[in-house]
Design a protein around this ligand. Structure first.
Ligand code: AMP
Length: 511
C-alpha cells in the first residue's frame, strides 16, 4: 500500500467529486487531481528523477499542494515539505541536507532560496509559472508501486533546539497515521471537508490524506493561512468543516470578532503544543463540543495519544478537568510507555520519558545514524517528552526534560505553574523557566504577557500550588519568543533571561 492508491481509488470511484477547493471555489475534482499527478510524475521522470529521490515543496498553503505531493509519490519520490516561514538559509540547509535536486517553491520563497545557492540543487521551479506548467505537458505515467517501507515524507523537525533533523516517514507510517485519524480523531466520511489554515508542510498537510482516502474535500484558504474572518466565511460556505489548529490559533479564534458559526464546524483538532485547561474551557464555551486533541511529533506524526471529542465534551465526568488537561489516551496504532532513565517501564503515576512503538514510528533520521540509534534505542522512539499515565490510561505531559526546573533539589514542572497563572484574567500568555541561582540551583521565573500584578499572581499561586513552586520573579513582556509554528521557545527565553540578568534587569518589567 502506498499513498497514491487512495487517490487512484477516488479518481475511479467518483472522478467528478470535488477534491481540492481554493477559497469557496472548487479547484480540482478527483479525476483531474489524479491526471495532473500522473502528468507531473511524467514531468519529473523526464527531468531525470528516480524513485527514492527527494523533491522539496517550499510553499505557503496553495491549491497546487496536492497535485505536487501526489505527483511526487506517483513518481516514486519522497516529498520534503518545508515550512513557508523559514529563512532562505534554513531552506538551503534542508535542501543540502536532504540531497534535494528539484525544488518547487512559491515566488517569495524561490527568491529566498535562490539567494542562498543551495548545494546540490539543480532546478528551482516556481509554482504556477510556465516552467511549472510545462511539467504537465508530459504524458501521464503509471503510478510507482511503492513498498510500505519506502520513504514518502521527509519531515524536518521544527528544531526548537539545534538544527532540524529529517524524520523519514514511510508510506506505512502515513497509512497508519491516517487510519488512526479516521478511527479516533475525526471519523471523516464522503464529502466532509478539511480547511488548511495551518501549514500543509506540517500537521494540517498530514491530514489531507485522510480526506482523499474518504472522498472528502481539501480546502485551501485564499490567504494561504490563518485569518479568522476567512475561516468564518469559508466554514459558512462549506459547512461540516474540520481543521487542525495550534493552540495559539484557537486562542485567537476565541478572542476574534469573526462570526465563526459553531454549527459549521465538524472538528477542530489541536496539538503541537500544550493547551491550558482555562483555554480549553473558553474554546468549548465559544464553539461547543467540536474539539479533539492529538499529541505526536514528526517522528511519529500526529500519533501518540489522542483525546477524542466525546471525552473533551463530557463535562459531567468526575475527572473531566484532569482529562482535558491531559494529552489523552493511547492511539490505537501504537504502544506508549513511560520509561525511567534506564529505559525500564514505570507504573502509572510515575513520571519519566514518553516512548512510542508501532506502525507510525519513523524509519529513522535522514543521514544521521547516530541520532537514529540514540532515539530509537531498544526499538522504542524516545520522544524527549516527559509525562505520566494515570490509572485510567490518560497521559499527562509534563515538560520536555530540559525545561524541568530543579530548585532546592525539588523538581518543578513549568506547565503546572503556567496552568495556575493562566487562570488569572490579566494573563494572556505565560512561560515559566528556571534561572540559575547560587543557593537554589535554579529559581522559578514567570514571563507574563498581560497586566496582572505580581501580588495578585503570588497570592494565586499560594492558593493553588506548593510554596516552593511559585515564581520568585515575574517579568512582564509584550510578547514571548516563538518559532514558526507558534511554539514558545523556552531555550530562547532562557537565553534572553540570562542576558537580562547580566545587564542587571532581572526583576520586574522588561526594560
Ligand atoms: P514537532 O515534531 O515539530 O511536531 O513537535 C513535537 C513536539 O511538540 C512534541 O514532542 C511535544 O513536545 C510537543 N507537542 C505535540 N503535541 C502536543 C500536545 N498535544 N500537547 C503538548 N505538547 C505537544
Amino acid at each position: 500500500m502506498d499513498m497514491t492508491r487512495w487517490l487512484i481509488r477516488a479518481a475511479g470511484t467518483c472522478p467528478d467529486w470535488p477534491a481540492v477547493a481554493h477559497g469557496t471555489a472548487v479547484f480540482q475534482d478527483f479525476g483531474t487531481l489524479a491526471n495532473r499527478a500522473a502528468r507531473f510524475a511524467g514531468g519529473l521522470i523526464a527531468a531525470g528523477l528516480k524513485p527514492g529521490d527527494r523533491v522539496m515543496i517550499a510553499a505557503a498553503n496553495c491549491p497546487q499542494y496536492l497535485e505536487m505531493l501526489y505527483g511526487v509519490w506517483w513518481a516514486g519520490c519522497a516529498a520534503v515539505p518545508a515550512n513557508a516561514k523559514l529563512h532562505g538559509a534554513e531552506l538551503a540547509f534542508m535542501i543540502a541536507n536532504s540531497g534535494t535536486r528539484v525544488c518547487f517553491a512559491d515566488a517569495k520563497l524561490a527568491g529566498a532560496i535562490a539567494a542562498e545557492s543551495p548545494e546540490g540543487l539543480e532546478r528551482l521551479i516556481v509554482v504556477g509559472t510556465p516552467d511549472y506548467d510545462v511539467l504537465f505537458a508530459a504524458d501521464p505515467v503509471g503510478a510507482h508501486l511503492a513498498g510500505p517501507d519506502e520513504m514518502a515524507w521527509l519531515f524536518y523537525t521544527s528544531g526548537t533546539t539545534g538544527r532540524p533533523k529529517g524524520a523519514m516517514l514511510s508510506h506505512r507510517n502515513l497509512l497508519a497515521m491516517t487510519l488512526a485519524y479516521l478511527s479516533d480523531v475525526d471519523t471523516t466520511g464522503p464529502g466532509d471537508r478539511i480547511l488548511h489554515a495551518a501549514p500543509m508542510s506540517h500537521g494540517s498537510g498530514l491530514y489531507l490524506m485522510a480526506h482523499v482516502a474518504r472522498f472528502g474535500v481539501n480546502i485551501v484558504p485564499e490567504s494561504g493561512g490563518f485569518e479568522p474572518d476567512e475561516i468564518a466565511q469559508l466554514t459558512r460556505h462549506w459547512r461540516r468543516t474540520s481543521m487542525f489548529a495550534a493552540p495559539t490559533m484557537i486562542k485567537r479564534m476565541v478572542a476574534s470578532d469573526a462570526v465563526i458559526e459553531p454549527e459549521s464546524l465538524r472538528t477542530i483538532i489541536w496539538g503541537g503544543a500544550p493547551m491550558y485547561v482555562s483555554d480549553v474551557k473558553q474554546a468549548l464555551d465559544r464553539f461547543g463540543p467540536v474539539f479533539a486533541q492529538i499529541y505526536g511529533q514528526g517522528e511519529t506524526p500526529m500519533t501518540t495519544t489522542v483525546l477524542p471529542k466525546h471525552i473533551i465534551a463530557d463535562r459531567s465526568h468526575p475527572r473531566w478537568e484532569e482529562r482535558i488537561g491531559s494529552a489523552g489516551h493511547v492511539n490505537p496504532v501504537v504502544s506508549v510507555q513511560v520509561f525511567d532513565e534506564d529505559d525500564k517501564p514505570l507504573p502509572a503515576g510515575e513520571i519519566g520519558e514518553i516512548v512510542v512503538r508501532g506502525e507510525t514510528m519513523m524509519l529513522g533520521y535522514w543521514n544521521n545514524p547516530e541520532a537514529t540509534a540514540e532515539t530509537l534505542r531498544g526499538g522504542w522512539l524516545h520522544t524527549g517528552d516527559v509525562g505520566s499515565f494515570d490509572g485510567d490510561g490518560f497521559l499527562t505531559l509534563r515538560d520536555r526534560s530540559k525545561d524541568m526546573i530543579i530548585s532546592g533539589g525539588s523538581n518543578i514542572y513549568p506547565r503546572e505553574v503556567e496552568e495556575v497563572l493562566l487562570t488569572h484574567p490579566g494573563v494572556r500568555e505565560v512561560s515559566v523557566i528556571g534561572r540559575p541561582h547560587g543557593d537554589w540551583g535554579e529559581v522559578v521565573v514567570a514571563y507574563i504577557v498581560g497586566e496582572a500584578g505580581e501580588e495578585d499572581l503570588d497570592a494565586l499561586c499560594l492558593s493553588k500550588i506548593a510554596r516552593f513552586k511559585r515564581p520568585k520573579h515575574y517579568m512582564h513582556v509584550d510578547e514571548l519568543p516563538k518559532n514558526n509554528y507558534g511554539k514558545i521557545l523556552k531555550t530562547e527565553l532562557r537565553a534572553r533571561d540570562a542576558e537580562r540578568v547580566r545587564r542587571g534587569h532581572h526583576d520586574g518589567d522588561d526594560t
